[in-house]
Design a protein. Structure first.
Length: 259
């Protein structure tokens, strides 16, 4: 049995066209580069690397999402300024940490220079250390000349410094002066000199307001020679009349003279 075929359209008859398909269009995919850029822009655990990754993936994500081919264009665009701000914050924190480390390491390095040189260079190094690292309280009780005299006395007894190792911290062993904002950090060092080993006991002030030079020396004892014991000998320090060398006024009974 033969199957009936529809007649072919004759001349002037309309051609049948199927209706257009209005089904669900395929969903656009998310851009992996855009997502990676946005997440990387917030990461601070990998300084510099996160900024580089976020910038590269951000530009790739913008290119991949152009023309509506993929989703995530807004994420890719936001990742660029966010990563720049994050990088600026990381750079600032890095600078702060570097200056803190430099300030904390600068004191022991310059202190070592006082005692690991010959005596003719000691005065210059001691003066430089005193001017930069001595606390205001120390300067009010011990003058620069007295600091140099103490350093010379230490070197005469101990010889030149060979090496110094941290022996231990003793938090709370000292208290700051009344009204002071500093934190006292007592510290002992086991130092080896040419004349033997000696304990170096120091009291350090730490004041965050003095960033980056937050540390300052308040007192030190080497080979039983305490720095503050030398205070008042020259009379040049602030806040003390002892040993000032001033001549008594004329007619002063304490001079033993007559008006």
């Amino acid at each position: 049995m033969t199957q009936m075929q529809p007649p072919a359209p004759g001349p002037g008859m309309p051609t049948f066209q199927p209706p257009p398909f209005y089904g669900v269009q395929p969903e656009r995919p998310w851009s992996g580069a855009a997502i990676t850029a946005f997440i990387s822009s917030f990461l601070v655990c990998c300084p510099v690397v996160n900024v580089i990754v976020a910038l590269i993936c951000g530009f790739i994500g913008i290119a991949n999402t152009s023309g509506g081919r993929a989703k995530g264009r807004v994420l890719a665009i936001l990742a660029i300024p966010i990563s720049l701000l994050t990088g600026a914050g990381e750079g600032f924190l890095g600078y702060v940490y570097y200056r803190m480390f430099e300030g904390m390491m600068g004191m022991p390095i310059q202190a070592a220079k006082i005692f690991d040189v010959s005596s003719d260079q000691l005065d210059e190094n001691a003066t430089a250390f005193y001017e930069k690292w001595a606390s205001a309280d120390l300067k009010s009780n011990v003058s620069s000349d007295e600091f140099r005299a103490w350093a010379k006395a230490v070197q005469e007894k101990t010889g030149r410094l060979i090496e110094a190792n941290l022996e231990g911290l003793q938090p709370g062993a000292s208290t700051p002066p009344a009204g002071a904002q500093e934190v006292i950090i007592p510290m002992n060092l086991n130092a080896k000199f040419t004349n033997g080993a000696f304990i170096v006991s120091t009291d350090l002030y730490m004041n965050p307001a003095n960033f980056p030079d937050m540390l300052s020396l308040n007192d030190v004892t080497i080979a039983d020679l305490n720095l503050r014991d030398f205070g008042g000998r020259s009379g040049d320090h602030e806040g003390g009349d002892a040993g000032s060398g001033e001549e008594p006024a004329a007619g002063d009974d304490s001079s033993g003279g007559k008006p």
